[in-house]
Design a protein around this ligand. Structure first.
Ligand code: FAD
Ligand code: DHB
Length: 392
């Protein structure tokens, strides 16, 4: 058995684990990160693309903002398309804030590089990770690597291990309250080396379903269309995808669309999920381990970052201020922000998608909502302030 001793054992090397680790490194708080898969596998996952200003500030605080400010695309607004027309939500004008389009893969890569430069320990391909005694006096994590058993003794365990990870599952069921909502559709997404159809994102509601035009750079586009929950990527040739995407956009965008071969194509199912509380003894749940939002509104990654903010501040208070107050309040503070993003993501999803079996009444309500949104500055401001991110 190989043994280690650290202050914070972090399970999961996604954005939440890596960002927490990097902030702790800079504060001189020792930590070890372990992940089930390899570094290259993590860097091959295509996920979120939009960072709130507060998330960018957190990455700056972690010392990894250089490339974001150089290569990220600052967006001051986005388009809402419906009924053959489009309406711009002027985030900058309405809230004074903007968002940064910068891929999660790049965020992860920047954080991994910084961790490596600091010489902090990360262990990849760790099998069967399990948190232990987080309600007792000797919290520790066990796992196997290359058939050798490992044990990390620590003060605290950070469960940054995503929705399917072992941390939330290790909490006694009676101690957790979960809330869940499934949506009867998915998103089929592609990446293609073509210039984006517009310099800003377009969220479209069409009778065939939702569509989203996003990007990763001036030369790389990320596009999504709503599909059925049981659909498969094999059902969608590139040509079928482009035809359907263009059909769902107002004519002037469809006509301007540059198409080309996709180099990534995947389907994500949509759901909302929250587990309360986000702390159990000396173990914390962070990011997707505690909550999932449907991608409409781009809140998943940003919530992982705000959880890290609250946990980092709590750990600083524990180690420097010698006060348990931050730790005691972590769950309550994080959940207050989580639920508002869960609400916004649910609302935006409901507004922009076509639900199977929607009756005529519900359809008219959706149309009225979008029409109201397009005519009311108050309604647009509400959307804009949620989209740029509510304050920490
Ligand atoms: P994760 O990124 O999931 O990281 C968790 C890490 O824990 C992983 O590296 C995993 O390998 C590791 N882990 C799991 N089990 C174990 C174990 N047993 N032992 C050790 N390590 C373990 N959000 C958006 O805002 N917009 C999007 O377009 C978008 N698209 C998405 C597409 C997909 C397919 C998915 C799954 C998510 C998407 N999200 C999107 C959500 C966003 O990517 C997440 O909210 C974000 O990744 C959360 O970060 P995290 O670090 O909390 O979790
Ligand atoms: C992207 C994903 C989203 O869920 C979203 O709301 C905006 C952009 C993206 O992958 O670029």
């Amino acid at each position: 058995m190989i043994t280690y001793r650290t202050q914070i054992a972090i399970i999961g090397s996604g954005p939440s684990g890596l960002l927490l680790g990097q902030l702790l490194n800079r504060a001189g708080i020792d930590n070890i990160i372990i992940d089930r898969v390899s570094k290259s596998y993590i860097l091959s996952r295509v996920r979120a693309g939009v960072l709130e200003g507060s998330s960018v500030a957190m990455l700056d605080k972690a010392g990894v903002g250089t490339r974001i400010h150089k290569d990220g695309l600052l967006h001051g607004g986005f388009e809402l398309a419906f009924s053959g027309r489009s309406e711009r939500i002027d985030m900058q004008g309405l809230t004074g804030q903007s968002v940064m389009v910068y891929g999660q893969t790049e965020v992860t890569s920047d954080l991994m590089d910084a961790r490596e430069a600091d010489g902090a320990l990360s262990i990849y391909d760790a099998e069967g990770a399990q948190p232990h005694d987080f309600d007792g006096h000797s919290p520790h994590v066990t796992f196997k690597k290359d058939s050798v058993s490992h044990r990390i003794d620590c003060d605290f365990i950070a469960g940054c291990d995503g929705y399917h990870g072992p941390c939330r599952k290790a909490i006694p069921t009676g101690a957790l309250h979960t809330f869940e909502k499934h949506y009867p559709f998915g998103w089929l997404g592609i990446l293609a080396e073509v210039p984006p159809v517009s310099h800003e994102l377009i969220y479209a509601n069409h009778s065939n379903g939702f569509a989203l035009c996003s990007m990763r750079s001036a030369k790389r586009s990320r596009y999504y269309i709503q599909c059925t929950a049981d659909d498969r990527v094999e059902n969608w040739s590139d040509q079928l995808f482009w035809d359907e995407l263009r059909r769902r956009l107002p004519e002037h965008f469809a006509d301007a669309m540059v198409i080309g071969p996709s180099f990534e194509k995947s389907i994500a199912l949509l759901r909302s999920f929250v587990a309360e509380p986000m702390r159990f003894g000396t173990m914390f749940l962070v990011g997707d381990a505690a909550h999932i939002v449907p991608p409409t509104g781009a809140k998943g990654l940003n919530l992982a970052v705000s959880d890290v903010h609250y946990l980092y501040e709590a750990l600083l208070e524990h180690y420097n201020g010698k006060s348990p107050a931050g730790i005691d309040h972590y769950s309550q503070k994080a959940l207050a922000r989580v639920w508002k993003a869960v609400r916004f993501s649910w609302w935006f999803t409901t507004c922009m998608h076509r639900f199977p079996n929607t009756d005529a009444f519900d359809q008219r309500i959706q149309e009225a909502e979008l029409d109201y949104l397009s005519k009311s500055t108050a309604a647009k401001t509400s959307v804009a302030e949620n989209y740029v991110g509510l304050p920490y």
